[in-house]
Structures are given as structure tokens and as C-alpha cells.
Design a protein around this ligand. Structure first.
Ligand SMILES: *Cc1c(COP(=O)(O)O)cnc(C)c1O
Length: 433
């Protein structure tokens, strides 16, 4: 399958080139040339398929010819070697737990899939690839973990100093080997802008093969559609035939956009809810039809502190830039930290479930939508384990969270980072290494 640039000023490329380039030379995001729905029987019989079989059927049209089928199956088996349970919250609500992977946030699947694809593509090549990635929290750890030790690939992670949680910081600064953490004196948007600038910098591009591991990269973005299919498989029995709503706590809007790809593949969904914190560029757009990006504001759901969500353009494109069509499929609401904490308490008191702040924002979005559409089965995505936001969760619900093995492993390792303030410092670092 080929991919085109949403800016339409760059040539179409293969899956392999889209993964290696990350973003098109005209700065556009890559988008698949076609999306062929899966047969109705796939959804009718989904309960009889394993996760790897589901994932294989869903992704193969996008990667075919670049990765042989048996290799693709092997990659998927490695990537999907943990559970994705839907846990009941109340009669009409389940939460899809996406945090059972090695770094305990949902980005593990995308990061591992991309690392495996890139590892496969760079076998036998003598040119090294440098993966440059900005993180608002969880991407860094997932990418570091997914790419650790992958031959021919160096990873450089930019994160905003003091704006990620202690555990998140340890996950991305303690691995060493082919992973380097740059600690930026600034916000996530500053990090993301530096990465974007680097991709346009000919001094760099002439010297090295740079790619991005943010959800702009198709190999990070597309595998996220698996989650929705896995959840659909479980919800068919749990929801007792009611129409399904997905509420997705959203920052860069890659995850929800992948969910919409699952819908394009034929998965029945009544509505998507994009739940945000006070970084409400999209909820505002859904009210006013005006897209006004703004600087991000720090919140307790920091992985969603994004003022200019990069994947929203893919969502608009999926609905052919037709607002009416889009709003039939997407509702979007924003919530304050105060509301988020109240929701965490409510979920804990009513259902004895400890949600992390991101999941709680998803829960709020779902409940808001269900105020007018009560007779539905809603699934909110639990995108991170509560332990990743330990202080906030423990202080808010007044309960100690047990620390899982994946996390205790990094707790006593030493942080190693390089502090930078400006783009030129990033550039100097890349040219020198
Ligand atoms: C990255 C992240 C999000 C936001 O996902 P997007 O795909 O950027 O919208 C939400 N929650 C957690 C815990 C995350 O790490």
C-alpha cells in the first residue's frame, strides 16, 4: 500500500518509506491511499479470533508487500504478548485497560510495532536511522523500551524538564545503550517544535536519516486500531447488544484517530468521544468550527497537555473535512483537574476502581455523552496504570497503590539526561553524535 501526504505537495511513498521518513517532505502527515473494509463476517465471528489474528487481518492491507505475512505475524505476536481486558465499572460502562505492557501505558503497542518494523527494514542496510521523538510523558518510555537494543537505530528523546512524572522520567532516562534523553527547558510544545524543525533542517537531513516515533509516524499510529477491535470483541457480550461508545482521553489525537480507522474498517460504533483536559482546542473546534491552536497548559493528565494536536488533521481528512459528518461521529468535551479528581474519587467509591487521571477524563467524557444517550454501552480507555501518576492518585483517592514489577525495576536506576534549551543545542548534539 502507498501513502500520500495530507499536504499533497510530496510524492506518494511505500509503507516502508513512510515509516522511515516519519513525516513527508512537505511537512504533511502520511495517510493510506485506500481503506478497504473487512468483511462483515470478520466482525460477526470476531469472538473466535485471537488478538494476533484480529490484528493481522486489520493491519495487513496497510503493510502488505513491504513485510512478508509470516514476518508480520511474528512481529504482531511479539508486540501483543500481554492482555487488553475490558473491566466492568457499572452496568453500562467498561474500561479498556491498555496498561499491561512493559511501560504500563497504551503507547507500548505502537512503539513496539514501529521498532519491530524499523528493525526489519534496517536489516542489511548500512545506514543508521536516528529516531527523534518528543514526549509529554509516556511516549518516551514506550519508545525507549521498544527500541532498546534494536540494531542500526539510535533514539533521541526530548522531554519537558519538570513536566513529566517521576516514574515517566525514570522510564526514559535510565536505559542507556542506544537511547539518549534530552531534557528540554520548556514545554511539550517546545519539544515537539524542535523535532518538527529538525525534520526540515537540510544540514541534518543531508548527514543523517532522521525519523519520528510520535503518532505522526504511521507505524506508531495504525496499530492502535487493534485496541478498539479487541474491545469490540469483548463488548459484544458485555454490552448485551447495545450500541457501543468509545471515550478516548486525547492529547495528540492519534489513539482516537486509530479508533476511527477501525470504524472505517467496518467496526460498528455509535459514537467516539474525545475527552480532553483544559487543553481544549478540539472541543472548541467542535463548538465553533474554528481550529485555534494554542500553547499547552500543564495539568494532572500531562500526557494530554497538547495545544495543537497533530493527528486532528487525519481525523478531519477521514471525514472529508465535512463538519456535519464529523460531528455525527465525534463528540468532544474538556474537563478541569478539579473535575478529574472528583471523577477519580467517584469511580473509586462506586466501583472500587483506581483510575489514573487520563482514564478519569475518559470516564467524564463518556458520562457526559451518556447523559443524553443512556441506552448505550460505553467504554472508556484506561491509557495508563495509576502507578504512573502515583502521588496524584494516592492523594486523591486516599489509598496506596501497589507498585508492579515493571515499575520497581526502574525505581532505583540512575537518571541520565542532557539538558538543552534551544534548537541549536539539539542540532549540535545530533551533528556531533
Ligand atoms: C499519549 C497518552 C494519551 C493521549 O493519546 P493521544 O493518542 O496523543 O491522543 C492519553 N493518555 C495517556 C496515558 C497517554 O500516554
Amino acid at each position: 500500500m502507498n501513502f500520500y501526504s495530507l499536504n499533497k505537495q510530496a510524492p506518494n511513498v511505500s509503507f516502508k518509506d513512510a515509516v522511515i521518513k516519519g513525516i513527508a517532505p512537505d511537512r504533511g502527515l502520511y495517510f493510506p491511499e485506500s481503506i478497504t473494509p473487512l468483511p462483515a463476517s470478520f466482525f460477526e465471528n470476531i469472538e473466535s479470533l485471537s488478538n494476533v489474528e484480529i490484528a493481522f487481518e486489520a493491519i495487513k492491507q496497510f503493510v502488505s508487500e513491504e513485510i512478508p505475512e509470516d514476518k508480520l505475524k511474528a512481529i504482531l505476536a511479539t508486540v501483543l504478548d500481554f492482555d487488553f481486558p475490558v473491566v466492568e465499572i457499572d452496568e453500562n460502562t467498561g474500561t479498556l485497560e491498555l496498561f499491561h505492557g512493559p511501560t504500563m501505558a497504551f503507547k507500548d503497542v505502537g512503539a513496539r510495532f514501529m521498532a519491530n518494523c524499523l528493525g526489519y527494514f534496517s536489516e542489511g542496510e548500512n545506514k543508521e536511522v536516528t529516531v527523534l521523538v518528543a514526549t509529554s510523558g509516556d511516549t518516551g518510555g514506550a519508545v525507549a523500551n521498544g527500541f532498546l537494543g534494536v540494531k542500526g537505530i539510535n533514539v533521541v528523546i526530548l522531554y519537558p524538564s519538570g513536566k513529566v512524572s517521576d516514574i515517566q522520567e525514570r522510564q526514559l532516562t535510565t536505559l542507556g545503550k542506544n537511547i539518549t534523553a534530552l531534557e528540554v527547558d520548556g514545554t511539550f510544545d517546545d519539544c515537539q517544535n524542535m523535532v518538527k524543525t529538525a525534520f526540515l533542517d537540510n544540514d541534518l537531513l543531508s548527514q543523517m536519516q532522521l525519523t519520528s516515533a510520535n503518532s505522526i509516524n504511521v507505524a506508531r499510529w495504525l496499530p492502535q486500531l487493534f485496541y478498539f477491535l479487541f474491545a469490540y470483541k469483548e463488548a459484544r457480550s458485555k454490552g448485551k447488544g447495545k450500541e457501543i461508545i468509545f471515550s478516548v482521553p486525547s492529547g495528540n489525537f492519534g489513539n482516537i484517530c486509530a479508533g476511527m480507522m477501525a470504524q472505517k474498517l467496518g467496526m460498528p460504533v455509535k459514537q467516539f468521544v474525545a475527552a480532553t483536559n483544559v487543553n481544549d482546542t478540539v472541543p472548541q473546534f467542535m463548538k465553533t468550527q474554528e481550529y485555534n491552536p494554542k500553547p499547552s497548559t500543564a495539568t494532572i493528565s500531562n500526557a494530554m497537555d497538547v495545544g495543537d494536536p497533530s493527528n486532528f488533521i487525519r481525523i478531519r481528512h477521514l471525514f472529508k473535512d465535512n463538519f456535519e459528518n464529523l460531528s455525527k461521529n465525534l463528540s468532544s468535551y474538556s474537563f478541569t483537574d478539579e473535575e478529574t479528581k472528583k471523577a477519580m474519587i467517584q469511580i473509586y467509591n462506586n466501583s472500587n476502581y483506581a483510575a489514573d487521571p487520563h482514564g478519569a477524563v475518559g470516564y467524564l467524557g463518556l458520562k457526559k455523552y451518556q447523559e443524553k444517550e443512556a441506552d448505550t454501552y460505553g467504554i472508556f480507555l484506561e491509557t495508563a496504570h495509576p502507578v504512573k501518576f502515583l502521588d496524584i492518585v494516592e492523594d486523591t483517592i486516599g489509598k496506596k497503590i501497589e507498585i508492579p514489577a515493571q515499575i520497581t525495576k526502574v525505581m532505583d536506576k540512575e537518571k541520565v539526561s542532557i539538558k538543552i534549551e534551544t534548537y541549536n543545542e539539539l542540532k549540535d548534539y545530533l551533528l556531533a553524535n
